[in-house]
Design a binder for this molecule. Sequence first.
Ligand SMILES: [Fe+2]
Length: 203
Amino acid sequence: MPACCERSILFAAIVLAVAAHGLGATAPAALGQTKMTPPAPVCGRPLHPTPSETEGPYYKPNTPERASLVEATMAGTKLVVTGHVLSTDCKPIAGAWLDFWQANDRGEYDNAGYRLRGHQFTDKAGIYYLETILPGLYPGRTRHIHVKVRAPNRPILTTQLYFPGERQNQADGIFNSALVVAMRDTSSGKVATFDFVLNIGSL
Ligand SMILES: [Fe+2]
């Protein structure tokens, strides 16, 4: 191929890449909605690893691979959780495994099946994207989502995500403010962002 044309193709690819990621453009989501790109991580210094938390009694392995846990008849407030999986030197981790599980709108876990359970893998930019509902409260706990995160061939981080402005946060002995998502309201539900930082050294 002539050098001129190779350069043109390369330029077009760069323009598309910038439009799709750097400028926060959108791509089709699993539910046919607009898929948001999370804010770029703030780098420039070593990041603090995401703290681990107890697994709790309700984890089930072998979850289905899916980015959306929402079902047609499911009650609750729609919620998107998105962000990056990063190393402590702020490098995005592609192909990281994330396994989410949570209570339903009434604070109940599905321990017989896999409702509100599912795993997914980060894309080439280290981004995950979960469509779910706001988990309900159950006695003794504040509102939370459980998750396991693992970079390829590295140890698993087991932790939980929390929500801002919850009255029960300070009364929950497991709650950790370092695990609170940033959240905002949109016309189609709530959008939460959180970057996981894995303590796996430099990539
Ligand atoms: Fe829980």
